[in-house]
Structure formats: C-alpha cells, structure tokens
Design a protein around this ligand. Structure first.
Ligand code: SF4
Length: 688
C-alpha cells in the first residue's frame, strides 16, 4: 500500500490526512486548509476498521425474530417491493453528515427527484440547521463567509457555546498559535461551564444557560450607547438596524447582567472588543444552535458583526460544523427543504431547474417533515418505512424513549458500516463501506473540498452507499438517470448543478482537490445574497423554556470520542478517560446534596432517568454537563431525558437545556476497567 490521501471522518474541521504504507495515519502537510495538522482521533482509525462491522445484508420480517443473512439480490428485491407498494409519503429517509457528497447527492436525487417525496432529513438537523437558517436570514444564503486563513491575522476571538479545544482541536490550536504570535490577541469564551476552551482563553464569561440572546442584545445596546456603531457599514451595506436596536434596548447591561448572571463589565468588554479590535472572529457551535431559540441566538451574534462592520478583512461570524461533511450535505441540499447548489424546494425556479437537470418532473414544493416530526408521524402510523443511512437515531435523537417506540413500529432499514444501537430494531440491515473503502469528496468548515481515495477493500459484502442507492434505483426503473460507473461520474454531474451558484464547485475536479470553493471571502464586494444585496439585521427575540427542575442539564461532546462511539469506541486508547459515563457538577451543589466526587447519581427529567457518576468541575451553580454520545452498551442514552421541542425556524432540537433533578444513588460504582461495560442498571449488552 502506498501513501493515500483522505479526509478525516470525524469533525467538520476537515483535516487532510494520508495513510502510509505501514497503515499509519498522518497529517497531509500539502493540504491547503489544515497543512498537516491533526488531532488524536484519526490516529486510531486503523484499529477500528474491522471491529464490529456489518459484513452481509441481514433480514427479519418480525423484529422479535433473529436476523438471517441474505444476498444483495434478496435485499434489493425486498426494498423494491416495499417502495413499489408503500406510497412515497409514507416512506422516510434519514441520512448523515458523515456521507460523502456524492452519496448525499444520489440519495437526494433518488428521494426528491424520483421517488417524489421530500420525506428526507439529515442528522445535520441536530447541529447545523440553526446556523444554516441564520446565515440565510442574515446574508441571504448559507455558507461560511470567511476561511481558516482569517485566523492568522485576527486579534480577537470569541467562542460562544463551543468547546472547540476538544471538538474542533485543529482549529483551536491554530487560534492558540495566533495568540502566541502576538500579545494583542484576546480569546473570550462564553459558556456556563469552564471547558478546556474556557481554561485556555483570556476571559471566561460564565453565562446562565439559554440566555445568550440577552447577552448579545445587551452588547448591541452598549455598542450603540458608546457611539461605537460603524454607521458607514450599517448604512451602506445592511438593513433593519433600527428594529434590531429597538429590541436590544430592552436589555441594558444591568438587566442583562441579572438575567445572564454575568458581571456588567463583561458585557462592556465584549462590546469594546467588537468595536476596537482589528479583526474579530466569533466561533459558535451547538451551545447556540441546539436551542429553542437557536436561530435568534445566532442572529443576535451576527447582528454584532453587522453593527461594527466585522466582515471580511475585519472579521467573520464563523459557525463551526459538527460532522465531517455537513458542509457537503448542505451544498447538496440534504435537509428536507434543500436541493443541490443551495437551492430550495419552495422556489419554483429552483424546482424547475432541478427537474430539467435531472430530467424528471414533480418535485414537491413543500419541505418534508424534519426528523423529529417524522418520529411523531411514525408513532401516529403515517409513515410505514424508515431508511436510516450512516447514523444512530436511537442514541442521538432527543426523547429516545419515543424514538424507540417509533423504530419498533416502522419497517426499518439501517444502512451502516458498523453495528449500532438502531440495528437492534431493524428489519433489514445493509452493510456499507466506510472512509478508505470508497472514493469521493467531503467539504470542511471553511469550504475546502477534499477527495478521499480508496486504500482498502470493504469487508465481506459491504458496498459504497452511492452504489446501494443506484442499484435500487435501477430496480425501480430509473436506470437511465442512475447509470453511474463510479463516484467521479456523480461528482461531475453534481458540480454542474452548482454552476453560477454561491457554492459553485463547477471548476473543481478530483485531480485538482483539495481546493476551496468560492473566494476567500464569500461576500468580498459586500454584496450579499439577499434581494437588496444588503445584509439584514433581525430583532433577536429572547425566549427561554419555563421548565422546573433543580438543575439545568447541558449535553455535549467528549474529547476523544465522536458520533455515538460506533468507530472511536472501538479503540481502547480513545476510550480511556471517557468511561464511566459521567456528569460534571459544581462541588458546592454536590455538597449540598451530600454527593462526593465519583458517587453515583440518578438524573431525572419529566421524560425519564439515567444513572451517571459525578465528576466535579467549574460549572455554574445549578447547571450540570454530561456527554451525549454513550451507546446503550455503556448506559442509557442521556437523550432519553431530553425533550424533542425544537427551534420553530430551524426545527433543530433544544438539546442543550433540560430541567432535571439529581438524586444521590450510592457511594461506589462497580466499574469494570477491563472491558469498560455496563456499570449501571440500565446499561444493555450489545447484540452480536
Ligand atoms: Fe479529524 Fe477534526 Fe481532529 Fe481534524 S480536528 S483530525 S478533522 S477530528
């Protein structure tokens, strides 16, 4: 095996990697976005290639029966029979930001263009849908306006609801590198929990969970009060400032300070940094996105960039992407409203374009239900078939008790490289190839597209996801439209659909990758993608759930694990330090309840309960933090406790804010360090 380049399959930073002739993963120093840097996670990828893989199609008509191995022919026949007898609007497809762009494109073409339903969503609904909505409202289009290069001459960084030090480590290292170069550089983290990012920042603002909109509105108020608004920019390139300011005036610093539980000086300081730094980049992630008013949180921060003209050479509102190819999925339009090239099913022009392009007709004009809405529809008996590709809804969706009931009810197809929790409720399981076993592209957070080459064969009968869908399409009678010989044919078709769009990839070829689409700054000439060409302020309205409980529970990522541990969990080195499943608690809160560190507790919400051990950390009193990604072999999913209420604009679930009670549950845990399994009564063993 010679050195082979590919993109890291974990976070959205999109590091360029290669695997050498001895099977070791290294950073690709020629990669333009990440220049050879990488973190620990992909180093252990080779350990996980062959563990826990699905290697043949498996089928059972009834869920209580054991699976039996079947041929691909039989699997295709079952799917064909289902898709030809179940009305399209009673089917649903739930796909993933881990798929290659070519695969997301093909699945969307299959569903929206040929099956003729918009009943499809991606797990980006759980992380990026809010940022996409906010970018569209503020700038007229999705798309991160700047690139990683902008880190290298910025002098102020704000991390809001982002623990980038562990979730996007290569990006955070670049920020730290920049700080080492200049004493002027300031890093501010806004988070209820003193995360690793907060510890490495110059200022940690320990805000009350859910109140970010108030904080940023108050910063806008202060910027205006101090005469720091850049009116040349506001008047020339934006609209809606007066309305946004009028709403922000509800939150002068003394009021905001008590709502957010932060010192007034911190509001002033952030206002001053926005006004007086040379170049300011604000990074945000799920702390803002996964909220009942997530879009408003995003907009309240973007408003500050607009009020001070912090765009292009002066700064950037930079939403961090969770999954390795959420950006590619967005280019393809893989949420229930999207079409390729940042198009939308609600636009007649966009539908007509894609119908001509795909040589089809009848693309539906209404967005399909989001995945949480689809779970309700399944429960109500309105969806009969669910096809899940490359994601694990039984752990990652909110309200997993309800999800479990829905998955038991529906004819469930799970298509994945690894056996995961959702497989346990499947009727049909399809083995998929993973990174390195197929070819194709992914796009990182700063719009750099990387081509991943194949360097090993898929195990057993596993196939690339695009091939599975094209083979089904042929059986459905759509052979002419799905006649691809390889991933490159799909890429060449997809890129033509983006010609002339903001995300124009049409000049890229596999041979020229990695390469970034768009200019360094998406809006270099300050002409935005809105009708008026002006960026838009929005009044950023504040709303907070009125749930009752003695603690607010926030969920988030672990340092060395990704997704629901399906791949990273196979590496003992990456599991160290992440087990047993834990919560972070303020020691003063714990003492009041008679809880010591490492004690066991039950976390109880109105939806259910789960057990964890307690670790102490610097977290705001009345708050707890717990990682969300533990599969059921370790403990009950924490999302069992989390409601499925969503932001009304983005339909992204409110995963960051659950009212809970904490009940002491014993002094010691019976934790098996050796295999790290099942310390808690709810933990379940993995099926073969
Ligand atoms: Fe992979 Fe993200 Fe780590 Fe880069 S920073 S190596 S993309 S997990």
């Amino acid at each position: 095996m010679k050195d082979t380049a590919f993109q890291c399959p974990y976070c959205g930073v999109g590091c360029g990697l290669y695997i050498d002739d001895k099977g070791k993963v290294k950073g690709d120093s020629l990669h333009p976005a990440t220049k050879g840097d990488l973190c620990k996670k992909p180093l252990y990828l080779p350990e996980a290639f062959d563990k826990g893989r699905i290697t043949a199609p498996l089928f059972r008509e009834a869920k209580e029966k054991p699976f039996k191995e079947i041929s691909w022919e039989e699997a295709y026949r079952i799917i064909e029979q289902k898709l030809k007898t179940i009305p399209p609007d009673k089917t649903y497809f739930y796909i993933s930001g881990q798929l290659l762009t070519e695969e997301s494109y093909i699945i969307n073409k299959f569903v929206k263009g040929f099956l003729k339903t918009n009943n499809i969503d991606s797990n980006s609904r759980l992380c990026m849908a809010t940022a996409v909505t906010a970018y569209k409202m503020a700038f007229g289009s999705d798309g991160v306006p700047c690139t990683y290069e902008d880190i290298d001459d910025a002098d102020a960084f704000i991390f809001a609801g982002s623990n980038a030090a562990i979730s996007h480590p290569v990006l955070f290292k670049r920020v730290l590198r920049r700080r080492r170069e200049s004493e002027q550089v300031l890093i501010i983290t806004i988070d209820p929990y003193e995360t690793e990012t907060a510890r490495k920042s110059d200022l940690h603002i320990s805000i009350r969970a859910g109140t970010d909109t108030v904080f940023f509105n108050s910063v806008l108020y202060t910027i205006h009060r101090e005469g720091w608004v850049n009116f040349q920019f506001v008047d020339g390139y934006t609209e809606g400032f007066e309305e946004a300011l009028k709403y922000a005036e509800k939150f002068p610093p003394d009021i905001a300070s008590s709502i957010c539980d932060v010192p007034e000086e911190d509001i002033y300081l952030v206002a001053k940094v926005f006004a007086q730094s040379k170049k300011l980049i604000s990074f945000w992630c799920q702390g803002l996105n996964q909220s009942l008013n997530g879009v408003m949180k995003n907009l309240s921060l973007i408003n500050l960039h607009l009020a001070t003209g912090r765009i292009n050479e002066k700064g950037c509102p930079f939403s961090l992407t969770g999954q390795p190819n959420a950006m590619g999925g967005r280019e393809v339009g893989y949420l229930s409203n999207g079409l390729p090239g940042y198009r939308d099913v609600r636009s007649e022009e966009d539908r007509r374009f894609m119908e001509n392009f795909w040589k089809t007709e009848g693309i539906k004009p209404m967005p399909g239900p989001s995945i949480t809405e689809a779970v309700d529809l399944i429960t109500e008996g309105k969806i009969d078939l669910l096809w899940v590709v490359c994601t694990n809804p039984l752990v990652s969706l909110p309200s997993t008790g309800k999800v479990e009931e829905a998955l038991k009810k529906v004819f469930l197809i799970v298509q994945d490289a690894y056996w995961n929790d959702s497989c346990e409720l499947a009727n049909l399981i399809l083995p998929a190839a993973q990174i390195g076993e197929k070819e194709g592209t992914m796009t990182g957070s700063d719009r750099t597209v990387t081509f991943s080459r194949q360097f090993r064969y898929p195990p057993g009968e596993a196939k690339p996801d695009w091939l599975i869908f094209t083979e089904v399409a042929k059986r459905m009678g759509w052979e002419e439209s799905f006649n691809y010989r390889s991933a490159v044919d799909i890429f060449e078709e997809f890129k033509r659909a983006t010609r002339g769009r903001l995300c124009d990839l049409s000049n890229l070829t596999y041979a020229r990758l990695p390469s970034r689409w768009g200019k360094r700054w998406l809006y270099e000439d300050l002409k935005f993608a809105t009708e008026s060409k002006k960026a838009k302020f929005h009044p950023a309205r504040f709303e907070i759930p009125q749930d009752r409980g003695s603690f607010l529970m926030m969920t988030g990522r672990m340092k060395d694990q990704w997704h629901t541990m399906t791949r990273t969990g196979k590496s003992p080195s990456l599991l160290k330090g992440e087990l047993p499943p834990y919560i972070i608690m303020n020691p003063d809160d714990a003492r009041e309840l008679g809880i010591s560190e490492w004690d066991r507790v039950v976390i109880r919400s109105k939806l259910g309960e789960a057990e964890r051990i307690v670790k102490f950390g610097k977290i705001k009193r009345g708050h707890i933090f717990t990682p969300f990604g533990y599969p059921r072999e370790f403990a009950d999913p924490i999302n069992r406790l989390v409601s499925d209420r969503c932001d009304p604009l983005s339909k992204e679930p409110d995963l960051k804010f659950t009212a809970v009670d904490i009940i002491p549950a014993g002094k010691n845990i019976n934790w098996c360090e050796e295999d790290g399994r099942r310390p808690f009564k709810h933990g379940r063993s993995r099926q073969p």
